[in-house]
Design a protein around this ligand. Structure first.
Ligand code: GAL
Length: 351
């Protein structure tokens, strides 16, 4: 068997695997087929946010006459590299990746490039590789807005004891959120007004790991030992709130978040989560689909920003984000149709 036939056989086997993962029987590609085929490789579909991204991305691609193969790796780097290999074997035109580990995925980008397939990093940067383009939000601003919200709402103004429940160290975004938060906290720390009393990173962004961080903070500092938890995202906030709840502290300690997930919005209404960051996912997913389909057609993409990934300045498109709390849920998340009034407030709308 020569190399080409080996590749064809491997490709056929992988096609069956993808068809099963998608439960959609796979997309048949005839030779000379004109419909673009886009691969989407996700870290996970287990968080509400990524399910929304995948649905919106797929919908837009289909509107543009392209098909999408979706893979989710459940936070497993080896599996995600295999997912990318499978998409390469399916001869996709472009691969869009949300990496679980932004450093480990450089290998996936290299493999795609060897097969002549361009790669888009979606929301999370892929480090130290010749990435084609990066689409995300202003992630440093996420951290800035979370920290500023805490400073503006401390029970005793100018006196804050803060627990930092950062994101996952495998995710470049987690460092950007942290950087933004510290830019805002540092001057207040220097003035002696704010103290970071506990800090840890939430492995794999998992709720149970975030809960452990806040459990540990409570055991070490006591139930009255801190005023706020800067939780990097809504899943982290959910873990933090569980830990606070066990001690009767939910609603008494400020808790930030990110993603405007439905449960987080409901907790904002209930008062157990203080705020979240709304990132207009529809804009991101739509833009990514537009870029992917354009790239599939060999068309040039215009990106006015760039982000250094350790090897190159990657052309980037970064959207804006918004702080949301109970005072502006309606004008932001609900007005945008991201969550419904009924789902957020329950069947009886409140004022
Ligand atoms: C980040 C993302 C956040 C959040 C988090 C956990 O990379 O930017 O919006 O979803 O992952 O999945």
């Amino acid at each position: 068997m020569n190399m080409k036939s080996v590749l064809v056989v491997v490709s056929l086997l992988l096609s069956v695997a993808i068809g099963l993962v998608l439960g959609r029987g796979g997309v048949a590609r005839d030779p000379g087929e004109k419909r673009p085929l886009i691969g989407l490789s996700l870290d996970t579909l287990k968080e509400e946010r990524w399910q929304a991204d995948a649905d919106l991305f797929k919908k837009r691609c289909e509107e543009l006459g392209a098909d999408v193969l979706v893979q989710a790796a459940n936070g497993d780097d080896t599996r995600q590299i295999n997912d990318v290999q499978a998409l390469i074997s399916r001869n996709v035109d472009v691969i869009v990746i949300v990496p679980h580990d932004g450093a480990a995925m450089a290998k996936g980008v290299q493999a795609a490039h060897e097969a002549g397939i361009p790669v888009i990093a979606y929301d999370r940067l892929i480090k130290n590789c010749d990435l084609d383009i990066y689409l995300s939000f202003d992630n440093v601003k996420v951290g800035r807005l979370q920290a500023q919200w805490i400073l503006d709402h401390l029970p005793t103004p100018g006196k804050g004891r803060i627990v930092l429940a950062n994101g996952s160290k495998t995710d470049n975004n987690a460092f950007l959120f942290h950087q933004g938060a510290m830019e805002v906290f540092q001057p207040a720390i220097d003035r002696g007004e704010v103290k970071i009393v506990w800090e840890d990173w939430t492995e794999d962004w998992k709720l149970e790991n975030a809960k452990k961080i806040v459990n540990a903070a409570i055991s070490k500092l006591g139930p009255n030992g801190f005023d706020a938890v800067l939780a990097a995202a809504d899943g982290v906030a959910a873990g933090a709130i569980q830990a606070l709840h066990e001690e009767g502290l939910a609603g008494k300690v400020l808790v930030t978040g990110q993603d405007a997930e439905l449960v987080a919005c409901q907790k904002i209404v209930a008062g157990t989560q203080s705020m979240t960051i709304y990132k207009p996912l529809k804009k991101l997913a739509t833009k990514a689909a537009d870029v992917a389909v354009k790239m599939a057609g060999g068309n040039p993409i215009i990106a006015t920003q760039s982000v250094n990934n350790g090897l190159i300045d990657v052309p980037a498109i970064l959207g804006d984000i918004f702080a949301v709390d109970k005072t502006n849920l309606r004008e932001t998340v609900i007005a945008d149709g991201f969550q419904s009034e009924k789902a957020v407030y329950g069947s009886a709308p409140q004022n």
